[in-house]
Design a binder for this molecule. Structure first.
Ligand code: 2IT
Length: 448
């Protein structure tokens, strides 16, 4: 290993040995930067990596709220402001019981490279809370969001830090947080948060953007292999926002998604989730939370496998869309043994260390989440542009810009890997391409 990278990796590991998600992410990124460091000794002289692996700022705060029974609840809130080298911090807010500072740090670090890849001027950040929105009433969610924003508002701003949604934070929660920000500040600043509804400054296609973008990226990979999406069987996980967008776009392009999954199991629909009725049903499962996976299986006459993950189902393309560490080494083996050629990460860091190492020993084409799912934050960036110009692009305009951005991310990644003699390595390529712009900015801005 390159000496400089080894030195920085040791600093990271000795500082926060228990932060496994964060340490794994940094190791994955830094390892692929080896050929870059070999060619650019000036980065070491300027302590560039030492600075890049340390967040500019971490904010932790208490969130106190009262539930419907009158009981006082206390949660933890965070905002990790990783890098403002190329623009204001930008990244989602995640509300889930398993959120820790480790989760926030790995996501904020990844976001920095992802946002750079979009070619938009946005830095990297992430935030959230260990609040569990499942089973909470609408009023409880509103009170929580208001309490969360009452703390967060002092740290964000359209030129400072622009949050958005993530797991557990959708249009509804963003609306409550925007409303509270407006109430506290007394100014109408839509570009302080993205993922808003259309009526108050949201962008067309933001809910679909991550899923649509992932499929646009997939199409570029297929094109590179002289292949096409039509007729392909696609195995995915999750049934949330991202999964829904993937299902919708793949079905438009003539492919067939045959699975959805949750923490409790998965559904196998061999006919494909490709009718308006089925796709709308999945959307309702997420937005209204009334129907469960087993209800889908019952309604459309297919099988529900409780307690299992979908990775044993045979497909041509695999796209994890649910959460981190959902594909371990054993799952990776199952996927590869199906004979499939394509594994596209969609959720943030879905593949465990061992799983990723295993995939690299196969001849499958694998692509990293920071490139594949960048369409979400890209449309957030477009939402910021529309807000600051006080205009709204048509759905066609937004979709076409998103499509161009995804084509460009694939191209930039492939070219970066090629330039450093790595062949068609989309993992290393995304890291190198994302790093380059941030590094140029950090060199230009001096020691800050
Ligand atoms: O992981 C992600 O890129 C997001 N949750 C979206 C962030 C954003 O600012 O839209």
């Amino acid at each position: 290993m390159n000496k400089y990278i080894e030195k920085v990796m040791n600093i990271v590991k000795s500082r926060d040995p228990d932060e496994h998600l964060f340490n794994q992410t940094v190791e994955e990124v830094l390892t692929s930067l080896e050929p870059v460091m070999d060619r650019h000794p000036e980065y070491e002289e300027m302590g560039l990596l030492e600075r890049l692996v340390e967040p500019e700022r971490i904010i932790q705060f208490r969130v106190t709220w009262v539930d419907d029974s009158g009981k006082v609840n206390v949660n933890r809130g965070w905002r990790v402001q990783w890098s403002s080298a190329i623009g204001p911090y930008k990244g989602g807010l995640r509300f889930a019981p398993n959120v820790t500072l480790d989760t926030m740090k790995f996501l904020a670090f990844e976001q920095t490279f992802k946002n750079s890849l979009t070619s938009l001027p946005i830095g990297g950040g992430k935030g959230g809370s260990d609040f569990n929105p499942k089973g909470k009433s609408d009023r409880e969610i509103m009170r929580f969001c208001q309490a969360f924003m009452t703390e967060l508002h002092r740290y964000i701003g359209r030129n400072v830090d622009v949050p958005a949604g993530d797991i557990g934070v959708g249009t509804k929660e963003i609306g409550y947080m925007f409303g509270q920000y407006k109430r506290i500040r007394g100014t109408y600043e839509p570009n302080v948060i993205t993922g808003k509804a259309l009526a108050y400054g949201g962008s067309f296609f933001r809910p679909e953007a991550t899923g649509f973008g992932a499929v646009y990226y997939l199409c570029e990979v297929l094109k590179h292999e002289n292949d096409t999406i039509a007729g392909k069987t696609v195995v995915i996980s999750g049934y949330g926002n991202v999964s829904w967008g993937v299902i919708e776009k793949i079905s438009q392009l003539g492919g067939k998604v045959v699975t959805i999954s949750g923490k409790d199991g998965y559904v196998y629909d061999p006919e494909g989730i490709n009718t308006r009725e089925k796709i709308d049903y999945v959307l309702k499962m997420r937005t209204e939370g009334v129907n469960k996976l087993s209800d889908y299986a019952e309604k459309f006459g297919c099988q529900y496998f409780p307690g299992e993950k979908p990775w044993g189902v045979k497909g041509d393309i695999y796209m994890p869309c649910a959460c981190q560490n959902e594909v371990n080494t054993e799952d990776a083996r199952k996927i590869a043994s199906s004979g499939a050629r394509y594994y596209m990460e969609v959720s943030n860091m879905p593949t465990t260390n061992g799983g990723l190492e295993f995939f690299k020993t196969t001849n499958m084409i694998i692509a990293p989440s920071k490139a594949v799912n960048a369409g979400g934050v890209a449309v957030s960036g477009l939402e910021m542009s529309q807000n600051s110009q006080r205009l709204s692009w048509t759905p066609e305009e937004v979709d076409s810009k998103l499509h161009d951005i995804m084509i460009n991310i694939h191209k930039a990644s492939a070219e970066a890997a090629e330039k450093y003699g790595l062949g068609y390595d989309l993992f290393a390529g995304a890291n190198i391409a994302g790093f380059k712009k941030v590094a140029d900015a950090m060199m230009g801005e001096g020691l800050v």
